[in-house]
Design a protein around this ligand. Structure first.
Ligand SMILES: [Zn+2]
Length: 254
């Protein structure tokens, strides 16, 4: 919220200055456009921590440790993801959607029993999430928390907003629910790009210690990419850890 507040103050000061200088109308329009541009950029790039603090990697990590995160499950494909993770002795963090959790409780139990970590990705994952009131965002988070609780028996701490969208309402809701917001710094674009090799090459070029990879456990394409990725990380002696271990932050609270 701090950066957003600073930008508001800065733009207001500039507007007052322009007014005092009797500036032309287009100068005011220019400031307004810059404000809209910066705010929209801040809404869609969690790495800027524009409205709230989001953890997108561990910049201090010097050892070859990396985290793989999966959004939007559990899904029929998650079983294949879990098989692969087991084969490569890798632990992952799953940001689950409430409506999907209700469909696949067995997969949730398997994730827990195999040592993976669960995070909150809202109950509905609504396309209108960015337009929700703070109250509605809070409701979405808390409803999913209580579903997740059935599997963890502990309060979930990690939250990832749908589409990585943040705004003042999301910031207010998260500060009230006291979740830790988790982003990513290695975006696979696995829901956008069709070519598996392109997705893999994209991830490969960004791999670094302390990185957080974003994948979706919702397609066979991602399962295939994951297999290549696990092979690569194994050959490069990377330790694939859960978010709590990468960031030294608690995943759950008693
Ligand atoms: Zn999502």
């Amino acid at each position: 919220m701090l950066k957003h507040r600073n930008i508001i103050v800065l733009c207001l000061l500039l507007l007052v200055l322009l007014f005092a200088l009797n500036a032309k109308w287009w100068a005011f329009l220019f400031i307004l456009m810059v404000f809209v541009g910066v705010t929209s950029w801040g809404s869609f790039d969690l790495r800027l921590s524009y409205f709230l603090t989001a953890h997108c990697n561990n910049p201090k990590e010097k050892e070859d440790k990396i985290a793989i995160t999966f959004d939007d499950g559990p899904h029929e494909m998650t079983e294949k993801v879990l098989d692969l993770l087991q084969n490569y002795n890798a632990k992952a963090t799953f940001f689950c959607i409430g409506t999907q959790i209700e469909k696949h409780p067995d997969i949730m139990n398997r994730m827990m029993s195999e040592g993976h970590i669960l995070g909150n990705h809202t109950y509905f994952h609504s396309k209108s999430f960015g337009f929700f009131s703070a109250e509605k965002v809070k409701e979405e988070i808390l409803k999913n928390d209580s579903l997740l609780f059935q599997f963890t028996n502990k309060k979930i701490k990690f939250f990832r907003p749908p589409f990585g969208v943040t705004n003042p309402n999301v910031a207010r809701a998260v500060s009230e629910t006291k979740h830790t917001v988790i982003g990513w710094n290695i975006r696979s674009l696995d829901t956008v790009i069709d070519d598996e090799n392109k997705i893999f090459e994209r991830i490969k070029s960004k791999i670094e210690p302390g990185g957080i990879i974003l994948l979706h456990d919702t397609s066979l394409k991602t399962v295939n990419v994951l297999e290549q990725l696990l092979l690569l990380l194994q050959s490069e002696k990377y330790d694939i850890v859960t978010i709590d271990k990468l960031l030294n932050l608690p995943a759950y609270e008693d």
